[in-house]
Design a protein around this ligand. Structure first.
Ligand SMILES: [Zn+2]
Length: 282
């Protein structure tokens, strides 16, 4: 593998935001493990005894060593995922991806519409520091936004909804927060990996991010550019009636808390999720 072609954007940097959940993992189901890196979650799908797994998302910048250590602790020394699946390509979901690909030499899958941001072709619209809501939005201009380049290591998800190496799951296009944002759903137990289509912590409040106070809410505001699509995506996911959800930010939720919270968000999206002002709000 040639390592030269892989690179982060020129504005790639460590982001000092963190939360009390950082470094903590939760066994959500026997084969679903949610691990928090600073303010974002990654998810391991696979039973530890088999040593086989798929990694969903790739954490914050400069955290590859942590992710590798967690993988080896759970799945055994020198274990590596069969693939990495990205819910989308924002910096806090691809922060360690290049070191991970170089270390593991595994394929990365993302929705076709995210590929320009993952192959050095296009940058996301700038995050909106003027959006209603808190300090995180204010510091969002610090966030790396230039496209990373995974070269031929990143491949489009199959158009039929299947996910390579994850036969029980299918991907669901949930745009709004990012054009090629996907969520992963398993029909048999209605487990959902939602990415940032909705989250369980108010990402616009530095205090709530730090304390990780659980609250089912819309996608992080400073990055969400298409609120109509985001609303539709939440409704699509609510209609699946998931039994448990791992989201990109905040603690996993299940049962009644999830059912009621997601139903309320779908019904009352504009009041709960839509910012009162911001450059992407019309
Ligand atoms: Zn995002």
């Amino acid at each position: 593998m040639s390592k030269e072609e892989l690179h982060y954007g020129g504005d790639y940097r460590l982001i000092p935001a963190t939360s009390i959940a950082s470094g903590i993992g939760v066994d959500v189901l026997p084969d679903l493990y949610c691990y928090t890196i600073q303010i974002v979650n990654i998810c391991f799908v696979g039973r530890p005894a088999t040593g086989e797994f798929v990694l969903i998302d790739a954490g914050m910048p400069k955290t590859a060593d942590d992710i590798i250590a967690v993988s080896e602790k759970r799945f055994g020394a020198h274990s590596r995922p069969k693939a990495i699946v990205l819910t989308h390509g924002h910096f806090d979901h691809v922060g360690a991806i290049i070191e991970l690909v170089q270390h593991w030499d595994v394929p990365v899958y993302a929705h076709e519409a995210e590929l320009p941001y993952l192959t050095g072709k296009e940058r996301y619209p700038e995050p909106d520091p003027s959006v209603e809501g808190g300090l995180i939005a204010k510091i969002s201009p610090l966030f790396p936004n230039e496209p990373i380049d995974l070269g031929h290591h990143v491949r489009p998800l199959p158009s039929d909804g299947t996910i390579p190496e994850l036969p029980d799951f299918r991907w669901i296009h949930t745009p709004g927060h990012a054009p090629g944002h996907v969520s992963l759903f398993r029909e048999s137990d209605r487990a959902l990996i939602a990415g940032d289509a909705f989250v369980t912590v108010r990402q616009d409040s530095l205090y709530k991010v730090f304390t990780q106070q659980t609250e089912i809410t819309g996608p992080p505001r400073y990055y969400t550019v298409d609120w109509d699509a985001a609303r539709e995506s939440v409704r699509k996911l609510a209609a699946l009636r998931p039994s448990v959800a791992i989201t990109g930010h905040g603690a996993p939720v299940s049962g009644e808390e999830l059912e009621k919270g997601l139903e309320k968000l779908a019904r009352d999206f504009d009041r709960i999720a839509l910012p009162d002002y911001g450059k992407y709000v019309h």
